[in-house]
Design a protein around this ligand. Structure first.
Ligand SMILES: Nc1ncnc2c1ncn2[C@@H]1O[C@H](COP(=O)(O)OP(=O)(O)O)[C@@H](O)[C@H]1O
Ligand SMILES: [Mg+2]
Length: 256
């Protein structure tokens, strides 16, 4: 059992284009509405970015910017102890947080210039998550597509692993694999599956979800399409939009 004081950390993972970012943003909104007195942190952990747009925020400083300045200070022969430098990095991290609402902050991992940097920034992101999550009641991580961040144990502190897929065999295989790897490497409390953009809801029984618990199945939602066409944030979606109701059902099934 989780302690009442512990931070609830949700991570949304799955292949690209299945709705991780949209659902992450919606969960942030729902948590913020449900728990006005709790502190919520949204982390965009996908170098392809997108969560900022979904939440309607502008980003100036990212985890990668802080990592770079941190590395530079160390390389410039700064004699400060590593611990002290990490402490400073923590302050910078708080500066990089963007307030979205009274109870919601946002942090982006950023986009390292060369592909070779991803592993470094992922290692740093892992530190960041453990450093700052204590200061929040809920953390929602919009994960990078695929399995890399689970493999690299970026998701180590995650309490609720939310596997997102479309109805395709490929999408469902990806989440099964992520779930297997996460079960070996990560100590999450609960995992569950969201099937999103279901083209025909009468086919739900035919989905091969393996041993994953299906939290909710969300239809292809016209409201979401319209919102996307207008470049609107999830805060503008109607409360009764299927995608909003689906995100709510998933949180309830997870006991959040
Ligand atoms: N239930 C839904 N109905 C219709 N469109 C959706 C739905 N969920 C997500 N989308 C759209 O699908 C696209 C991909 O979603 P996104 O959240 O960016 O996926 P990911 O982060 O997994 O790559 C976006 O254009 C988004 O607006
Ligand atoms: Mg995304």
């Amino acid at each position: 059992m989780q302690q009442a004081s512990a931070t609830t950390i949700l991570a949304l993972v799955g292949k690209g284009g299945v709705g991780k970012t949209s659902l992450s943003a919606l969960m942030v909104k729902l948590l913020s509405d449900f728990y006005p007195d709790k502190k919520i942190l949204a982390i965009d952990a996908d170098p392809a970015v997108g969560l900022a747009t979904a939440l309607g925020v502008e980003v100036d400083s990212t985890v990668d910017d802080i990592r770079k300045s941190f590395v530079q200070t160390a390389e410039n022969g700064n004699t400060k102890a590593a611990v002290e430098l990490l402490g400073e990095a923590k302050y910078q991290m708080f500066d990089a947080l963007v307030d979205i609402r009274d109870n919601v902050s946002f942090l982006a991992i950023g986009r390292p210039e060369s592909a070779g940097c991803y592993c470094k920034v992922n290692a740093y992101l892992k530190e960041v998550i453990s450093m700052i999550s204590d200061h929040f009641d809920y953390v929602v991580i919009d994960g990078e597509a695929g399995i890399e961040q689970v493999n690299r144990r970026v998701m180590e502190k995650v309490t609720h692993l939310i596997l997102v897929s479309d109805a395709s065999k490929k999408g469902l295989q990806v989440v099964q694999t992520i779930h297997q790897v996460a079960s070996e490497l990560v100590m999450f409390d609960k995992a569950g599956l969201i099937v999103n953009r279901m083209p025909d809801m009468s086919l739900v029984d035919r989905l091969d979800t393996g041993d994953l618990e299906l939290l909710t199945c969300i239809p292809d939602d016209r409201e979401m399409v319209l919102s996307d066409m207008n470049g609107a944030s999830v805060f503008e979606l109607p409360d009764d939009a299927p995608v909003v109701l689906g995100a709510k059902e998933a949180l309830q099934k997870l006991g959040i």
